[in-house]
Design a protein around this ligand. Structure first.
Ligand code: GLU
Length: 627
């Protein structure tokens, strides 16, 4: 064994030294000091003679997160042979090389309830019970692709390198020591050959098996390997994929049920983390989605697990509440998500605005936060279904959702179906960041069962669509050209006063897409829309453009600059062909001559009324937190 006492180690945690600044280092340091201070029990494995030379006092703990941060305390750089921990690598390789079904033909996934080196096979199938016992791992070694044993070993080493991010090598002394004494494994290999679980020369398979058991790792390597599994198969430090994502759950499952020898059931019960241990004293444990832990302490208990390693994992799990089956609090994802009536920023003619306001319960918006998993999606689906009246519209805004999983996607699609049956239109926005939802919508379309989900770019676009739909349902025609005298600039004016104003205006027309007013340009006129539709947009801090509102016939724009004379604060673009009347500052000045003074006063009053309307809307948006 190459282990040297404390050689090349990370900082030892001794009471009295300055505590580490990093909080995680501190937690691990305390743990290391506490467990390192307890009497050392157990015995270093000696059935492979070379393993018996390990220093029993070697003790390291490393933790690597899915963000790629590594925390280490104690002897985390001491190399030791991986032994049985490699079984999870080989199982993953077999799955990748041969596929799930072919592997299932050769090795089961049932805990054996026996020692790791048991010679027992499945009573009817004559196959190893699981890939975490020696018989199973010899079988999976035989499944690794390669023209000859050398190529198979080379592929195993290359896979290790993707898991650890560094060059993998075999400890020749430990390998020879095991090869010379491994008669029991030899018996297992021949038995497997007898039942055709492995093909070819069993000694060839065994040789690769013995060598890969002797691959050298450190505690840190184990932690990074665990973090790779926690990170769905991608090494979080190097970005290399070590295991196909689809096989990660299979590997973690057999680790959870069979990874800790005869202690596997108790381990899952008490500690609740998928893990694998090896006779050289290493343990690798994984908290899926969060981190991997590697420990090293050679003395083993009666079933073959590192005594201190178990204590470390138990303390971590109990003290930090990491048990995988200690479920997250239900409903967290659905927080703050009551469906509520919502309106777009589009300004509409008075009649349309009144109609929308009177039917505001018919357009609901919901903006959930957090993960949309089964329970959260079910809660949202229920509340939306209950709140929205038949024939209404619902905007589900996923922009604050961190993740939609498979269950969430399926429930949202089913929600579309149940709402559509009641004439309710479901619009989903912010879906671009949620590939599972897109995949589910696509899957249903491919199966000829299109999901009743209308995917929109953003909530504003979706809400406008809902309002157009509602106005259509209510029979309100909005886009008809509005004569000047019926528009908002001419409220309270007599026909003579409208005629006065008319004389001060110039007619203009814009093509669709044309800029009617440019942000930053000098302000010298106001535009009254006669027909068509235009968007008022402004530039965000990050340079992107955002639509502030949409305006249509009878409305006017550009009044802010006309009043204060400052540069334009927004750009107005024609969405459709637009006809408009232009009131310049000179035109306004002409209105001041008596008897047009009353016309001018009414005009300014109408502009003031429009501005106060804008202000009220902005205040309401701010209050609703969506400005
Ligand atoms: N190379 C060892 C054997 O096959 C691995 C055992 C273990 O770590 O559990 O006996």
């Amino acid at each position: 064994m190459s282990a040297q006492p404390a050689a090349g180690t990370a900082t030892p945690a001794h009471p009295g030294t300055t505590p580490p600044a990093n909080p995680v280092d501190r937690v691990l340091g305390d743990l290391h000091a506490r467990i390192g201070g307890e009497p050392l029990t157990g015995a270093v494995a000696d059935y492979i003679p070379e393993l018996s030379t390990a220093d029993p006092s070697t003790f390291g703990i490393a933790l690597a997160t899915v963000q790629g941060d590594v925390h280490e305390v104690g002897d985390t750089a001491v190399p030791f042979t991986i032994q049985s921990i490699s079984k999870m690598v080989l199982y993953g390789m077999a799955l990748e090389d041969r596929g799930r079904e072919a592997v299932a033909e050769v090795v089961g996934v049932e805990p054996s309830g026996e020692a790791f080196n048991s010679i027992r096979l499945h009573p009817e199938r004559s196959t190893p019970l699981n890939p975490m016992v020696n018989a199973g791992a010899i079988a999976t070694t035989g499944l690794v692709q390669g023209a000859d044993p050398g190529e198979r070993l080379a592929r195993i080493l290359a896979t290790f390198e993707r898991y650890t991010g560094r060059v993998a090598e075999v400890d020749e002394r430990v390998y020879r020591s095991e090869s010379e004494t491994g008669h029991r494994n030899r018996a297992i290999a021949h038995l497997l050959r007898n039942f055709s679980v492995i093909g070819g020369d069993p000694d060839d398979v065994l040789d690769v098996y013995f060598r890969q058991c002797s691959i050298l790792v450190t505690c840190r390597d184990l932690a990074v390997m665990g973090a790779t599994l926690a990170n769905r198969g991608v090494n979080p430090i190097t970005g290399a994929r070590a295991l196909a994502e689809e096989h990660v759950p299979s590997v973690l499952s057999v680790m959870a049920t069979c990874g800790m020898y005869d202690f596997a059931g108790q381990w899952l019960h008490d500690i609740g983390l998928p893990a694998k241990s090896g006779v050289a004293g290493g343990i690798l444990a994984v908290l899926p989605g969060q981190f991997g832990v590697g420990t090293l302490s050679p003395p083993l208990d009666a079933v073959g697990n590192s005594v201190r390693g178990i204590r470390v994992c138990r303390a971590l799990s109990e003290e930090l509440g990491l048990h995988l089956l200690d479920p997250p609090r239900p409903g967290v994802a659905a927080r703050g998500t009551a469906p509520a009536p919502a309106a777009s920023r589009r300004r509409r003619t008075g009649a349309a605005e009144d109609a929308l306001e009177g039917a505001s319960q018919r357009i609901l918006r919901q903006r959930p936060q957090g993960d949309l998993t089964f329970a959260a999606a079910a809660a949202i689906a229920r509340s939306l279904g209950e709140s929205c009246p038949d024939g209404g519209s619902v905007v589900l805004d996923l922009s604050a959702v961190s993740r939609v999983d498979g269950a969430g996607a399926a429930i949202l699609c089913a929600l579309g179906d149940t709402l559509a049956a009641r004439g309710v239109h479901l619009l989903v926005c912010g879906a671009a960041d949620h590939p599972r939802l897109g995949a589910e919508i696509e899957r249903r379309a491919d199966a000829g069962d299109a999901a009743e989900i209308d995917v929109r770019g953003d909530a504003e676009e979706a809400l406008e669509w809902c309002e157009d739909r509602l106005l259509g349902q209510l029979g309100v025609i909005e886009d008809a050209a509005v004569p000047l005298g019926s528009g908002e600039l001419c409220r309270r004016m007599s026909p003579e006063e409208v005629a006065d104003l008319r004389a001060a205006l110039e007619d203009v027309a814009f093509a669709a897409g044309e800029v009617m007013i440019a942000e930053g340009s000098p302000s010298d006129h106001l535009l009254v829309i006669g027909s068509g539709r235009a968007s008022v947009t402004t530039t965000r801090d990050d340079g992107s453009r955002v639509r502030v509102l949409t305006i249509g016939p009878g409305m006017f724009t550009g009044e802010v600059g006309l009043i204060d004379g400052g540069p334009r604060s927004a750009t107005v673009v024609a969405d459709t062909p637009v006809t408009a009347h232009r009131l310049t500052r000179e035109g306004l000045a002409r209105l001041s001559d008596d008897p047009a003074l009353r016309t001018r006063t009414l005009l300014l009053l109408n502009v003031a009324e429009s501005l106060s309307g804008h202000l009220r809307r902005a205040t309401a948006l701010l209050a609703a937190g969506s400005a």
